[in-house]
Design a binder for this molecule. Structure first.
Ligand code: UDP
Length: 333
C-alpha cells in the first residue's frame, strides 16, 4: 500500500512540483490548500486529492488524519511576500507561525511524528559569511524570515518534548518549472527576478528594473543561488525517506552552491529566448543582501540529496517554456 502524506500548500508553486514528484514515486498524496495563493489547476495527477481548507482548521485536519493515517506531513502553506511582511507583520505571524500550531497539535494527538518544513535562507538575514552553512547565525531582517525561524524553533521544542522528527529545508531562490511545462510559477503579484525578466521579454511589463548596480559584487548587482523547483521537490522526497528511516531532525540548506548575479540572469534570458531584455537601472530594493549563496554539502551528507540543475539556463529555459507555452504562465483557476 502506498504511504499517505499530507501536503499543506500543495497547490502553490513549490508545493505543486513536490506533489507531482511524490505522486510519481507512488505516495498517496492529500493536498490541503485554501487556494488563496494556490491554484486548483496546479494539481494535475489524478490520484492526488485536493482538500480546500485552512491549516488552522483543527477539526478538518483531525478528520483527514482519521481518514488517511498520514505517515508524514510536508508543510508549505505560508505567505511569502517580504515587503508585505514588513507592513503587515501580524498577518505573517498569524499565518506562518501561529496557524501551523493547530496542525502540530493534531499530529501530536494522532501520533504522526514526521514533519518536513519549508523554511528559507531568509532566516539567516544578512549572512555573516559566504557560502552560508547551517551553523551560520540566524538573524532575519524582516518579519517573513522571523515568522519562519520561529516555527523552526517550535519544531525543535516539539522534538525535545514529544519526539517530533523534522526536516527544516532552507530554500534559496526557487526557480524554473516542471520539465513538461504542465505546471509552473504563477504568483500575483509576481516579484521574483526570473519571471519578471521573462515578463519584460514578452512585453507584459515595459522593462525590468535592476535593483541596485553598486553592490560589492563583481558586476555590482546582487548574487543569489537559484535552485530548480524540481530539485526542491526531490529534496522533500529525500527528507521524507530520511525521517521514515528513523533519521534525526535536520535543518538543511537547499541550494546549488553556484552564485548568479542579476546581470547574469538577464544574459541567460537573452540567450534562452533570443530576445533583448529592456532594462532600467534602478536604486537598491530595501532589505536585499548583496550576496546569498548556499553551501549545500550538509543536505548531501544527511539526505543524500544534491541539485541536478546547476546551470541557471536550465531554470530560465523551463520557466520560459511555461511562460511561452499554452497557459502563458497563468493558471485559469
Ligand atoms: N531583482 C531585480 N529586479 C526585479 C526583481 C528582483 O533586480 O524586478 C533582484 C533583487 O533585488 C534580488 C534578486 O533580483 O537581488 C533576486 O530577487 P527575488 O525577488 O527573485 O528573490 P529574493 O532573493 O529577494 O528572495
Amino acid at each position: 500500500m502506498s504511504t499517505p502524506v499530507l501536503v499543506t500548500g500543495g497547490a502553490g508553486y513549490i508545493g505543486s512540483h513536490t506533489v507531482r514528484f511524490l505522486a510519481a514515486q507512488g505516495y498517496k498524496v492529500v493536498v490541503l490548500d485554501n487556494l488563496v495563493f494556490g491554484h486548483r489547476d496546479a494539481i494535475v495527477d489524478e490520484g492526488v486529492e485536493l482538500v480546500v481548507g485552512d491549516i488552522g482548521d483543527k477539526e478538518l485536519i483531525a478528520g483527514l488524519f482519521d481518514r488517511h493515517g498520514f505517515a508524514a506531513v510536508i508543510h508549505f502553506a505560508a505567505y511569502a511576500y517580504v515587503g508585505e511582511s514588513v507592513t503587515n507583520p501580524l498577518k505573517y505571524y498569524r499565518n506562518n507561525t501561529a496557524a501551523p500550531l493547530a496542525l502540530l497539535e493534531v499530529m501530536q494527538e494522532k501520533g504522526c511524528k514526521n514533519f518536513v518544513f519549508s523554511s528559507t535562507c531568509a532566516t539567516y538575514g544578512v549572512p555573516a559569511s559566504i557560502p552560508i552553512v547551517e551553523t551560520n547565525p540566524q538573524d532575519p531582517i524582516n518579519p517573513y524570515g522571523r515568522s519562519k525561524l520561529m516555527l523552526e524553533w517550535i519544531l525543535r521544542d516539539c522534538d525535545a518534548a514529544w519526539g517530533l522528527k523534522t526536516a527544516s529545508l532552507r530554500y534559496f531562490n526557487a526557480s524554473g518549472s516542471s520539465a513538461d511545462g504542465k505546471i509552473g510559477e504563477d504568483h500575483d503579484p509576481e516579484t521574483h527576478l526570473i519571471p519578471r525578466v521573462l515578463m519584460a521579454v514578452t512585453g507584459e511589463i515595459s522593462h525590468l528594473d535592476v535593483f541596485g548596480t553598486d553592490y560589492p559584487t563583481p558586476d555590482g548587482t546582487c548574487i543569489r543561488d537559484y535552485i530548480h523547483v524540481d530539485d526542491l521537490a526531490s529534496a522533500h522526497a529525500a527528507a521524507i525517506t530520511h525521517l521514515a528511516a528513523g533519521g534525526s531532525s535536520v535543518a538543511c540548506n537547499l541550494g546549488t552552491g553556484v552564485g548568479v548575479s542579476v546581470k547574469e540572469i538577464i544574459t541567460a534570458v537573452e540567450e534562452v529566448t533570443g530576445r533583448t531584455v529592456p532594462v532600467k537601472y534602478s536604486p537598491r530594493r530595501a532589505g536585499d543582501p548583496p550576496q546569498l549563496l548556499a553551501d549545500p554539502s550538509f543536505a548531501k551528507q544527511t539526505l543524500g540529496w544534491s541539485a541536478k540543475h546547476t546551470d541557471v539556463r536550465d531554470m530560465v529555459s523551463s520557466a520560459w517554456a511555461w511562460m511561452s507555452g499554452p497557459r502563458k504562465g497563468r493558471y485559469e483557476s
